[in-house]
Design a protein around this ligand. Sequence first.
Ligand SMILES: Cc1cc2nc3c(=O)[nH]c(=O)nc-3n(C[C@H](O)[C@H](O)[C@H](O)COP(=O)(O)OP(=O)(O)OC[C@H]3O[C@@H](n4cnc5c(N)ncnc54)[C@H](O)[C@@H]3O)c2cc1C
Length: 408
Amino acid sequence: MTAVSSRPDILIAGGGSAGLTAALAIRRNAPDLDVEVIDTAAPGTRRDERASAIAASARRMLEQLGIWPSLADEAQPILSMEITDSRARDVMRPVFLTFDGAVAEGEPFAHMVPNGPLAAALRSAASAAGVTLTAPESVQGFTVAEGHVAVGLASGEERRARLLVAADGIRSRLRSLAGIKTVTWSYPQTAIVANVRHARPHGGVAVEHFLPGGPFAILPLKGNRSSLVWTERREDAEKLVAADDFVFQVELERRFGHRLGAIELDGPRRAYPLGLTLARDFVRPRFALLGDAAHGIHPIAGQGLNLGFRDAAALAEAIVDAYRLGLDIGSLEVLRRYERWRRYDTWQMGLTTDLLNRLFSNDVAPLRALRDVGLGIVDRLPRLKKMFIGEAAGLGGELPKLLRGEAL
Ligand SMILES: Cc1cc2nc3c(=O)[nH]c(=O)nc-3n(C[C@H](O)[C@H](O)[C@H](O)COP(=O)(O)OP(=O)(O)OC[C@H]3O[C@@H](n4cnc5c(N)ncnc54)[C@H](O)[C@@H]3O)c2cc1C
């Protein structure tokens, strides 16, 4: 016989950064709501050596949720950014565009934060706030009924919740089960991610070299270290990841340059095939998509997780407001508010990153001339640059309260 538990009020499938943030934000602001997060992986069993650029708006939310102080020591502010456009074989990479990275006095537009400590901080804050964390366990399926959603787990248990949130990542099984269609295509590119140590300090400068295979981003970490997001044509990336250390190092140095002195790899190199996935709908009755389950975008602008944070802030606000008004938190009316808030912004970001990647990841002479003139013009227009920095900081549009640093 199946064991049925009538709780929680909200069941979140997927304990990645998006799922945990939503759980924490809801629970801290509506402590009477029972929230459970279920994840397939036991805590600490998946190593993620990556770091993410956390936009200023997301940092304000992490501050509001009480997590930022425990991350501040690991977080490297991005103080400025340089953009170049050249070929891999070019010896010189002239800088076409620079940004000073502050959105306000003493507030950088982004910080680089290692994914491991971020996940650990979110997990421990969610647990301290009373969120039930269940792992390893998997959500297998669900059925929507009058007043609840019945959720089946791999262990054979069943939960009854008022709302099921699918935060189960880019290949979301629950999204398919909900019958939500996506617009999806894969890029002929793979991102190689690795950390490097260098002899000289980076000074908080992030560099993005636009190369014909794709952007090569050098993102500052604490100490004389940087995180690389190195996008290459898929077949070249496969060869590079499989190459011996010497060949990899030579190819790395050709792109990295010598500005920071001698470099050496610090940890493993990993490959991430790239694609675009945008969900056509974000909600169904008693069901909402969150984070990568709703959108997977090109990392050219480092915005994927930031979109997930914005989803978490908007969903938490829609649910907490509805709860305080005594409304049904799983009703379509409540969930549509979340969808209206997030769908347009998500599609806009997804398509902008797609366009940037198409414009820059090639060696077509007229396009190169056009984009370099464009970069040069932007570089001379401080107001436009300020606007771009505001967008990169996630401060544009109608912001949920948490992203403004306000309580719900
Ligand atoms: C190369 C690269 C660089 C990037 N750099 C940046 C950056 O600088 N800044 C940025 O903002 N974003 C960046 N991103 C994007 C960012 O990494 C993702 O958007 C983010 O990790 C997605 O988080 P998530 O919680 O939505 O999903 P995930 O982290 O994928 O979490 C999904 C979770 O769901 C669990 N799960 C799956 N199925 C089930 C199930 N059936 N039941 C229960 N649990 C389940 C999984 O175990 C997993 O823990 C980058 C991405 C790539 C590929």
